[in-house]
Design a protein around this ligand. Structure first.
Ligand SMILES: Nc1ncnc2c1ncn2[C@@H]1O[C@H](COP(=O)(O)OP(=O)(O)OP(=O)(O)O)[C@@H](O)[C@H]1O
Ligand SMILES: [Mg+2]
Length: 276
């Protein structure tokens, strides 16, 4: 199903850079009780190397589905996804994926959880300890390496998930509401850490959130998706300079304007309700 897509106001900027991820009219249909069910309507946009792009839209509009397709865990029913110019037709090992339900293995310590990607990739044992120490420090969990997940707060567990994803230095990060359930203060701390890691490493990030303020705080561009079947309403460039302080940026006039503009686009879909 393809709906009208409004003019995408910023696709032109930087259009000469070959995209990292390219969505070409991607749609996804599931079957529920043998009846076809269009989850995602038409996703059509590019993510450039090193860019931080957020996707916002009502619950059930296909945001997680789009990330699953990008990670190669699911095939689109229509259209295609390219990663650095190549079609994604198997699990995409270039991306690190923090899924919406990401959990830790409860019987493993923080260190052992963070080690999982290194074990899967048969990373030399001798180098693992140093890499894990470095990552634990980066996410502010020094002294907690030998704790089990049950001994950590919710925010600390999120940091471990982040560390586990970052440890093999994926060139692209897919993040599905990684800070969703956290309290406001902790969210700010982790957002600042993520921005610091992103600007230091040049990682490309595709980030799903329900939180407009979070999308404006972090992103270079925000993709607004309609209620199911998700179709792009617009792409908004967040023309606020980096580096950003996640607390101070909220008092920026442009921040408020952008948040209002995004809400104006999103509110009809939100009020009509997705599956919230
Ligand atoms: N594997 C699946 N089989 C059948 N239906 C599915 C499957 N995955 C997702 N759906 C349906 O597709 C729609 C889109 O789901 P998706 O998880 O992508 O939404 P979302 O935008 O991530 O929502 P939320 O913001 O609540 O996380 C939903 O109606 C969901 O029930
Ligand atoms: Mg989701």
């Amino acid at each position: 199903m393809r709906q009208e897509t409004q003019v995408l106001d910023s696709q032109e900027a930087g259009a000469d850079v070959p995209p990292m991820i390219s969505f070409d009219h991607v749609g996804k249909r599931f079957f529920k009780k043998s009846k076809p069910f269009q989850a995602l309507g038409d996703a059509h946009f590019d993510v450039r190397p090193g860019e931080f792009v957020s996707i916002v839209g009502p619950s059930g509009c296909g945001k997680s589905t789009l990330l699953n397709i990008t990670a190669g865990l699911m095939k689109p029913s229509s259209g295609s996804v390219r990663y650095k110019g190549e079609p994604v037709d198997a699990v995409n090992t270039n991306v690190g994926y923090v899924t919406q339900a990401d959990t830790l293995l409860p019987w493993r310590t923080v260190r052992q959880n963070i080690a999982i990607p290194l074990e899967i990739r048969h990373h030399p044992r001798a180098e693992r300890t140093e890499l894990i120490d470095e990552m634990i420090e980066k996410v502010g969990l020094t002294d907690f390496g030998n704790h089990y997940p049950a001994e950590l707060s919710g925010g600390m567990r999120k940091r471990v998930v982040l560390a586990r994803t970052l440890i093999y230095q994926p060139e692209t990060l897919l993040m599905d509401e990684p800070f969703g359930a956290l309290d406001a203060q902790l969210k700010l701390v982790l957002q600042q850490e993520l921005l610091r890691l992103w600007s230091g490493e040049g990682t490309t990030i595709l980030f799903v959130t329900h939180d407009l303020a979070e999308a404006v705080t972090l992103s270079d561009r925000v993709v607004v998706v309609s209620s199911r079947p998700g179709t792009m309403r617009t792409i908004k460039t967040i023309d606020i300079q980096h580096p950003r302080d996640v607390f101070d940026v909220r008092f920026h006039d442009r921040f408020r304007e952008l948040q209002q503009e995004l809400w104006a686009i999103l509110q009809d879909d939100m009020l009509r309700g997705g599956e919230m």
